[in-house]
Design a protein around this ligand. Structure first.
Ligand SMILES: CC(C)(COP(=O)(O)OP(=O)(O)OC[C@H]1O[C@@H](n2cnc3c(N)ncnc32)[C@H](O)[C@@H]1OP(=O)(O)O)[C@@H](O)C(=O)NCCC(=O)NCCSC(=O)C[C@H](O)C(=O)O
Ligand SMILES: [Mg+2]
Length: 287
């Protein structure tokens, strides 16, 4: 099994907000997105770029990424050059629509001297991206994560935000299929009502049940419930161990199928149980 990196909670913070950038040093998010795009006003873009690039090394074990401005904006090239030099764990690129765009980003990072560890996280947040999700996800080995942009997607679809997200489910499913078909990580979109923790937790659970690896967040108050929902519970860990043990015993007796708590267990369920344990161990190792 390849290395498991917990990405339960991935917090955006506006690159122009010094207080938020400072506060994030103490927050238990698995990863951070230092934002130069939507959360930064046009006349603050350059100052935010400098501040964010200088802050990259300040967050300890958390994965640190920079979200650059979109490919069709006047800031994109300078953002990518600066991010390549700063060397975050990833550059998050908004509104990626094609494999050709991924190739351009990859080339720009190489030309900018980005270290190998700096990956590409592609945001999928337009109708075109939903339809091109597999070509985007498979465009480059440097691309390791797809990030749902559900605000932009809803805007483009003329969709409404409703509990259960029915208008977005088609797009979410297409991107999940693309991520799993190509072996990439995929993060769910943000929940805008920072005071509605019950609604937020319900959406985390929906995302987890869908198969997302974690969720993008906009407020510190969303981190703890998100970490809890996207981590295997004690019961799930115990059940995973039970499955592995029962299957080992069955195999030793020459059987390829067994029941645990009345349910059929085959090899594929053991793979799943091992994934659950690997994630639980990676979370525990974070301390
Ligand atoms: C949403 C907010 C504007 C709410 O701000 P505010 O009401 O000021 O929050 P609080 O007063 O409750 O803040 C309490 C303390 O927490 C700090 N804080 C708040 N947010 C963050 C954060 N994101 N990271 C780190 N720290 C944060 C405050 O500074 C307070 O600290 P202290 O004073 O020490 O107590 C605000 O939360 C916010 O700006 N959030 C981020 C917005 C953002 O980044 N938006 C862009 C990304 S979302 C997006 O674009 C999705 C995608 O593209 C799509 O299409 O869907
Ligand atoms: Mg967006």
């Amino acid at each position: 099994m390849s290395e498991v990196k917990p990405r339960r909670s991935v917090l955006y913070m506006p690159g122009a907000n010094e207080r938020a950038l400072e506060k994030a040093k103490t927050l238990p998010a698995d990863a951070l997105i230092l934002d130069l795009e939507d959360a930064v006003a046009p006349d603050a873009k350059e100052a935010a770029r400098e501040r964010v690039c200088a802050a990259v090394g300040s967050y300890g074990a958390r994965e640190v990424t920079i979200r650059v401005n979109g490919l069709d904006t006047e800031w994109h090239d300078a953002d990518l050059r600066a991010a390549a030099q700063a060397g975050p764990d990833a550059v998050v690129v908004p509104k990626v629509n094609s494999a050709a765009e991924v190739h351009n980003i990859e080339r720009a990072l190489e030309l900018g001297g980005a270290p190998e560890k700096t990956k590409i996280w592609a945001m999928v947040e337009t109708p075109v991206a939903m339809l091109h999700a597999e070509e985007i996800a498979s465009a480059s080995e440097r691309l390791t994560v797809l990030v749902m942009g559900t605000n932009d997607l809803a805007k483009e679809l003329h969709a409404e935000f409703v509990p259960g997200r029915a208008p977005l489910l088609g797009g979410l499913s297409l991107c999940l299929l693309a991520a799993r078909a190509t072996g990439k990580v995929i993060l769910d979109g943000v929940y805008n009502d920072v005071r509605d923790l019950a609604g937020f937790e319900a959406e985390c659970l929906q995302g987890r049940q869908f198969g997302f690896d974690g969720k993008t967040l906009i407020h510190p108050g969303q981190i703890e419930p998100c970490n809890r929902v996207f981590a295997p519970s004690e019961d799930e860990i115990a059940h995973a161990r039970k499955i592995i043990t029962a299957f080992e015993e069955a195999k030793a007796e020459g059987r390829g199928v067994v029941t645990v708590d009345g349910r059929m267990i085959e090899n594929l369920h053991v793979d799943n149980a091992q994934r659950v344990l690997a994630l639980a161990e990676a979370i525990a190792a974070k301390g």
